[in-house]
Design a protein around this ligand. Sequence first.
Ligand code: SAH
Length: 359
Amino acid sequence: MTLKARIAALIEAQGPMSVAQFMTIALLDPKDGYYATRDPFGAQGDFTTAPEVSQMFGEMLGLWMLQAWADQGCPKNPRLVELGPGRGTLMADMLRAASVEPDFTNDLEIVLIEASPVLQQMQAEKLRGFGADISWQPQFDDSLSDRPLFLVANEFFDALPVRQYVRSERGWHERMVTALDGELDFALAPVPVPLPIIPQDRETAPQGGVYETSPAALALAENIAAIVTQRGGAALMVDYGYDAVTGFAETLQAVGGHRFADVLAAPGDDDLSAHVDFAALAQAGRRGGAAVFGPVTQGALLASIGITERAEQLMKLHPDSAADLLSATERLIGADQMGKLFKALAFAPPGVAGFAGFA
Ligand code: SAH
């Protein structure tokens, strides 16, 4: 039975499901979920992420993290956590760069948060050479609250499930997924509900306007902020998304083989993601007690912490790769490429004056 058929059968048995539940099953079903069954990255896969574009991305983030640790007086027993490490490339590049300061890397406990056993395996192979203390957990939880927390996440929050509410003349209705004869469709819940978080401009939303929110992302961000606040550390979250709510449009999308697809067409085969609401994520960080920096664009962050200098240095070492290094740099920081759509947000304990690249 395909995953789509199983979802349809579940809906026929229990009634319509939320978009968030659909997204969770489509991405993480242990047998047929998108992430549970494959390596989706790179030219052969469905999308290419920044660490897969160039080693420079991870190197820059590794030095950023090292600096954040040094600025807080080099706390003992730091824990480095990555959410959704994909192929393990970002962590490998970060560790290599940060090992210029062995006092940081030798002392690190590394925890990788990864739901997919296939990707866990891939990460273990990639990181075998580092001899570091590395363990895996399928989700972030309170076992990570007893040490200074240095956390990085690239293209993780966009994979967390969103709920959608659509405005009618009677109020806001949750958008649900229904099933008929094995086919999936969207339908609005008949009874309007209060919005879980009230967007300030909700009264100006047009009929049919969509309010999208990720309760899972906000709860996680608040929890991370609370740990950073209590124990020290830093959290750096990079993702594609928007800074302020942009006109009640939905952003949930499906991508397969580098092309956009219909969200309901092929659960488990296409990647599903939604733009990250950075304003809401920043608010969640403040609720957790943290000092919040950004969002700044990925282009501004990487340029300000020295990616161009790093590219020049690599070009001297490897003149044959000069053209590739230039185009990779442009892809990461160019405003018409990843430089502007992707943004970075950082959490620090209250009292920390700032972070590199977040002026
Ligand atoms: N950070 C990587 C991969 C991004 S893709 C990169 O930049 O290349 C998203 C990653 O998060 C994948 O590793 C996926 O398996 C993992 N993931 C997605 N949803 C998750 C969840 N709810 N819990 C744990 N891991 C999840």
